[in-house]
Ligand binder design. Structure first.
Ligand code: RB5
Length: 142
């Protein structure tokens, strides 16, 4: 299960992403927001991050205008490794190296086509399980 959320600026991209996940047959839970009315991004970033930390969802995707506010918020929650990605190389590398469990994107930064490819890359790339990466990840919260 994928947790997905956004603020108002990411609402349209979230809708496009959910349609894409539907086409791929991937299950997700929408944590809002549910309209383009102005709202506060930490609410949705925390909802997605908590769903991942609790184990309700395996991965999360959070979108705001820049992706910065949601990534700052999500990374405050122990156990969350949220990666702000604007390209597929970073999305692949953060799965391989950081075992990132939350993808953050900026709807005012990336276009829809790129955002969907970034999400696919993030969701389809497994963690490398390399010893050096396991060690470094353990040092983040150690
Ligand atoms: C909303 O205007 C904007 O500040 C928000 O989406 C995000 O970019 C914050 O980091």
């Amino acid at each position: 299960m994928i947790a997905i959320g956004s603020d108002h600026s990411g609402f349209a991209l979230k809708q496009a992403l959910m349609a894409h996940l539907d086409r791929r047959g991937l299950a997700y839970k929408d944590f809002g927001t549910y309209s383009e009315a102005s709202c506060d991004y930490p609410v949705y970033a925390k909802a997605v991050a908590n769903a991942v930390v609790s184990g309700e969802c395996e991965r999360g995707i959070i979108i705001c205008g820049t992706g910065i506010g949601v990534s700052i918020t999500a990374n405050k929650i122990p156990g969350i490794r949220a990666a702000l990605c604007g390209d597929c190389f970073s999305a692949e590398a953060t799965r391989l190296h950081n075992d990132a469990n939350v993808l953050c994107m900026g709807a005012r930064v990336v276009g829809e086509g790129l955002a969907l490819k970034i999400a696919d890359t993030f969701l389809d790339t497994p963690f490398s399980n390399d010893e050096r990466h396991i060690r470094r990840i353990s040092m983040i919260e150690g």
